[in-house]
Design a protein around this ligand. Structure first.
Ligand code: COA
Length: 261
């Protein structure tokens, strides 16, 4: 694995932990961090040994406190557009559509681009001290990394409108009640809890999981037909070694060992 400046990657037992490591700036996403995250996610996705990824922030205060405000404060209209488009392409859309499952371990503030990153992940677990929000309108701007789209998908339009318009934060329990995070655990339990979820995932067929991610995402896009995509992805599974192994193992009453093909 590469050496990075703003993140670090740890691997073991088929799981990669990617930690955003700018604690003095509450892990705010600057351009360099976005580029490094792209590279790390791509490398993990290409590595057949890695069956699940957990992304988190360093320190005990923040997951990510947003896009780095100091980087875009002086931007023009054109530069603002390019910032959002490039960021969505390199990180947020990329993460959402990665074949390898990604869990966001939300260990503190997840604001603006931080909540947008957590929402682009396949699902989220929060520590009890986590605080989440999209405060962009308090800066005179709107969420630009997919927040206006993914927040309503997760919590519904009315709650999303309220969160965006008030620029307020919700705590972990409220976020769970709203469907924004799946679980809330004590801060010290967060890495272990996410690791055990990732281990559970890693026992299943990576080919089937990738197909499921593809099919679920297809239903949330305007330019794809989710049901049609599901039929195609379902059908493709029948041609995989994983399907042969999974069904054979079941019928022979043994545990499946998926080759990932
Ligand atoms: N971009 C750039 N720097 C950020 C940042 C961001 N999104 N969020 C925090 N930081 C920096 C602060 O400027 C500060 O740097 P400094 O020590 O060099 O002055 C450092 O991180 C610590 O943050 P600080 O504000 O002192 O911590 P706090 O505990 O008082 O407040 C927050 C925590 C999260 C409430 C506050 O940092 C905040 O509101 N951040 C911005 C959130 C935001 O609007 N995000 C959306 C961006 S689009």
């Amino acid at each position: 694995m590469e050496e990075y400046e703003n993140i670090y990657v740890e691997e073991g037992n088929g799981i990669a932990f990617i930690t955003i490591n700018r604690p003095e700036k509450l892990n705010a996403l600057n351009k360099a961090t976005i580029a490094e995250l792209h590279e790390a996610f791509e490398d993990c996705d290409k590595d057949p040994e890695i069956r699940a990824i957990v992304v988190t922030g360093s320190g005990d205060k923040a997951f990510v406190a947003g896009a780095d405000i100091s980087e875009f404060a002086g931007f023009s209209v054109k530069e603002g557009g390019a910032l959002a488009a490039k960021g969505q392409q390199l990180l947020f859309d990329f993460v959402e559509n990665l074949s390898t499952p990604i869990i966001a371990a939300v260990n503190g503030f997840a604001l603006g681009g931080g909540l947008e990153l957590a929402m682009a992940c396949h699902f989220r677990v929060a520590s009890s001290n986590a605080r989440m929000g999209l405060p962009e309108v308090s800066l005179g701007v709107i969420p630009g990394y997919g927040g206006t789209q993914r927040l309503p998908q997760l919590v519904g339009k009315g709650k999303a409108m309220e969160m965006i318009m008030t620029a307020g934060m919700v705590g972990a329990e409220e976020a769970r009640a709203w469907g924004l995070v799946n679980h809330v655990v004590a801060p010290e339990e967060l890495p272990g809890f996410c690791e055990s979820l990732a281990q559970k995932i890693s026992k299943n067929s990576p080919v089937a999981i990738a197909a499921a991610i593809h099919a679920v995402n297809a239903g949330f896009r305007y330019d794809t037909d989710g049901f049609k995509t599901e039929i195609e992805a379902f059908s493709a599974c029948f041609g995989t070694e994983d399907f042969k192994e999974g069904t054979t193992a079941f019928l022979k009453k043994r545990k499946a060992e998926f080759p990932g093909r």
